[in-house]
Design a protein around this ligand. Sequence first.
Ligand code: 2RA
Length: 340
Amino acid sequence: SSPLVAIVGATGAVGVEMIRCLEERNFPLSGLRLLASPRSTGRKLKFRDREIEVEPLTEQSFKGVDIALFSASGTVSRQFAPIVVKEGAIVVDNSSAFRMDADTPLVVPEINAGEIARHKGIIANPNCAAIISITPLWPVHQRNPIKRLIVATYQAASGAGAAAMEELRASTEAYLQGREYKNTVLPHPYAFNLFSHNTKIDPVTGYNDEEMKVIEETKKIFGDPDIRVSATCVRVPVLRAHSVAVTFECERPIAAAEVRELMKTAPGVKLVDDWANNYFPMPKDASGQDDILVGRIRQDLSDPSGKSVTLFSAGDQLLKGAALNAVQIAEKLVKVPALA
Ligand code: 2RA
C-alpha cells in the first residue's frame, strides 16, 4: 500500500518545496502529515485537492508514518530521527546531522542510488552546494576518473532559509531607497554585496563548514576517498539558485568537447553552452527547474597536460539542492512507476 509520509519542517523554504514536489511528481502516498515547531503550527497548507493543517512536532508525531522527510535543524534531526526509526519508519534527512555517519547512505540518486538499500533507517540528503557541483561530473568520473576538483560557489539566500530570502529583498529595497538596513539573518550587508559563506571558519585550516561539506561529501558520494577536493563557498545576492565554477583534473587527458557530449545525456543535467550568444547557466534560468544547467565547458588553460576542464553550473537550491533530491530518494524507497 502507499506510504504515510511526514514532513518535518513543513513550513520552511525547503519543506514547502517538498510538498510541491510530492504533488507535482504525483508521489503515491496514503496520507501526508505536516509537522513544524509550535510557532508555525495551525497554518493550513494546500496539498492536491485539500488543505492540511500543520501540527506541532512531538515524539508522538510519527505513529503510522512510513517515510519522514526532515528539513529542520541538525538538532531536530538528532532528537527525532531515532524516534522515527524506532517506529519502523525511514528518515530522509536534509540536515547535516548524519551525512558522514558510516551507517547512513549519503545519496544523489543520479550518482549512487544503490547506496539506499544499505540504509539502517536513515538516508541523508547531501549539502546543496555539493549536489549542484558534482551531479554533472558523475558521467565524467565514470569514464575518466576525476583526481582533483576545485569548486567556487555563488550561493543563493534560500540556502539560509526563507528569512534570508526576505532579508535579501528588504536590504535591496532599503539600498535602492537610500535607507539604512540592519541585518537580522545574515552576517553582512547583502544588497549588491557578497561574502564568505555564513558558516564558521575552522581556526586551523581557514575553511568554513560549507566548504568542508563540499569536500567531504564529494568523497563519500563518489565513493572515492582519494579524490582531492578544494572549495571556496560564497553567499551572493541571488534568491534561490546556486551557481558554481568547477575545475576538475582527470586521470587521462580529456577534451572539453568530450565533456560537452557527456553533458547532453547526463542525468539531471541540461546543457546551456551557447558560446556564439554568450548564453550560459544563470540563476534566473535555473530557478524553479529540476535540472542543473551546465555550460562554459572549456579546457583548463592552466593545465598543459590536457587532463583538466573548467565549467560553470547553476541549480535550484531548494529543488535539486534539497527538496527534489529528498523526494527522489523517497521515490526509490517506494519504487514509484516511472513518471508518465
Ligand atoms: C546553504 N548549504 O546554502 C546551505 C543550505 N543548507 O547555506
